[in-house]
Design a protein around this ligand. Structure first.
Ligand code: PLP
Length: 452
């Protein structure tokens, strides 16, 4: 059959990023997705699923938006490529202006790239060059939080808060990349309890800064709500206090909104929940809802000022695909839909409903240890025993069983100790009922199979 031949070709030639080679013939997961509409995707065998992870946390406006495809086609016909390093194009200017307007405070200057890793890589290099141009080249260290993920390129990987597995293949990492514990209250590294802890985990960042000597540190990088940590929503005091700490020591605050940006958490940007303006914001994913590869690193005016003016210096960082016009056109059409259809508000309202349904599930399912979420960025943390909070092995057979059961029942998502639920922002209430109904059934099977 042609489909079987395609599987064979995929197994021989296609290297999936998170699977061993030849996955298509050796693993159960042989889904080839061919079509999408709204919150649903269909595979080559004609099975339709609710896409509970928005692809990979990014199809914010939903699948199948002809309007975005048409905007891309128009731009490709007019001009598919300009010259990213020296000549502006109309969509790049328009998109930069839209982003300067949408992002909070005096975030004003936009450096384009193609994906989240590049946006972070750009932010790290901008931070270091900024300090160097100000006469402080010794500020090179970067502090990240454990468990966070900022990307796959060397700098972004080094600044991510996970060392296991990475060091053994790719070490030594970029020197001066340090990590602190995340505000993960369910498993606090400091064995403290909020609010009695007075958010010690953020003060620990200042302790580390003092220990390292603040004038050696370029930046602190953090996701406002960390997806990789397991949808860790910080206590209310955390980000405002982190902003103060960075200001006190002349350290730049980079907020990585690659997942949380563009309405995912019920505000246009998650940092707005706490009225915190970072010095640099990194954006990707929902910027185009995945219709084109595009990312942005947005800087505040004081940073732009150092690189700008008659005596300004160009950044030593050049990417061929930065501001690619067809991708910019996709992003503009995508942001237009996001605003016109009030999808940020929908994410806030449907997110609150989803979270309430997940709390209801947790009250009936002993495998759920914790429920976390903000807007349409939610997780159920799975445990073998609620009392001991014993987690499941991240990539173990139990998690695979749960994912397969969900797929069988018509839901695609991701789980690694946490079951993630982050559907497109256009989701409707009845689809959340359908989604949580399926999760309910899948958890019952899961618990039966693993004798709770
Ligand atoms: N930053 C965050 C917070 C992410 O979650 C990711 C990817 O999931 C990245 C950066 C890297 O983005 P990309 O995979 O587009 O390079």
């Amino acid at each position: 059959a042609p489909l079987e031949a395609l599987m064979q070709a995929g197994a021989s030639h296609l290297w999936l990023h998170a699977s061993p080679i030849q996955t298509l013939v050796t693993q159960a997961d042989r889904r080839i997705l061919v079509e999408g509409r709204g919150c649903r995707v269909t595979d080559a065998q004609g099975h339709t699923y609710l896409d509970a992870l928005s692809g990979q946390w990014l199809v914010n406006v939903g699948h199948g938006r002809a309007e975005i495809a048409e905007a891309m086609a128009r731009q490709a016909k007019a001009l598919a490529y300009g010259n990213a390093s020296r000549a502006a194009t109309l969509p790049a200017i328009q998109l930069a202006a839209v982003l300067a307007h949408l992002t909070p405070g005096d975030l004003s200057t936009v450096f384009f790239s193609s994906g989240g890793s590049e946006a972070v890589e750009s932010a790290l290099k901008i931070a270091r060059q900024y300090h160097a141009l100000r006469g402080e080249p010794e500020r090179y260290k970067v502090i990240a939080r454990r468990g966070s993920y900022h990307g796959a390129t060397y700098g972004a990987m080094s600044a991510s808060g996970s060392r296991s597995g990475v060091d053994s293949y790719f070490g030594p990492l970029l020197s001066g990349t340090l990590s602190v514990s995340a505000p993960y209250c369910y498993r606090c590294d400091y064995r403290k309890t909020y609010p009695e802890c007075d958010v010690y985990c953020v003060d620990a960042i200042e302790d580390l800064l003092r220990y390292e000597s603040p004038n050696t540190v370029a930046a602190v990088i953090a996701e406002p709500v960390s997806a990789a940590c397991g949808i860790v929503v910080p206590p209310a005091e955390y980000l405002p206090r982190l902003r103060e700490i960075c200001d006190r020591h002349g350290v730049l605050l980079i907020l990585d909104e690659v997942i949380t940006g563009f309405g995912r958490t019920g505000k246009m940007f998650a940092s707005e929940h706490w009225d915190v303006v970072p010095d640099i914001m990194t954006l990707a994913k929902g910027l185009s809802s995945g219709y084109a590869p595009i990312a942005a690193t947005v800087c505040r005016q004081p940073i732009a000022d150092i690189f700008g003016g008659a005596n300004g210096k160009a950044i030593g960082h050049l990417l061929t695909f930065g501001g690619q016009p067809v991708a910019c056109a996709a992003a503009l059409a995508n942001l237009d839909i996001l605003q016109r259809e009030n999808l940020v508000r929908n994410a806030e309202q449907q997110g609150a409903y989803l979270l309430s349904r997940l709390h209801d599930l947790a009250s009936r399912h002993p495998s759920v240890g914790d429920v976390r979420g903000l807007g349409l960025l939610c997780a159920l943390e799975l445990v073998t025993d609620r009392r001991t909070q014993q987690p499941f092995p991240v990539d173990g057979p139990e998690i695979h069983y749960l994912l397969e059961k969900l797929a069988e029942l018509g839901v695609l998502t991701r789980a690694e100790g946490n079951l993630y639920l982050a559907p497109p922002l256009c989701i409707e209430r009845h689809e959340i009922d359908e989604l949580t109904g399926i999760v309910d059934t899948a958890l019952s099977h899961f618990e039966e199979a693993h004798s709770y």
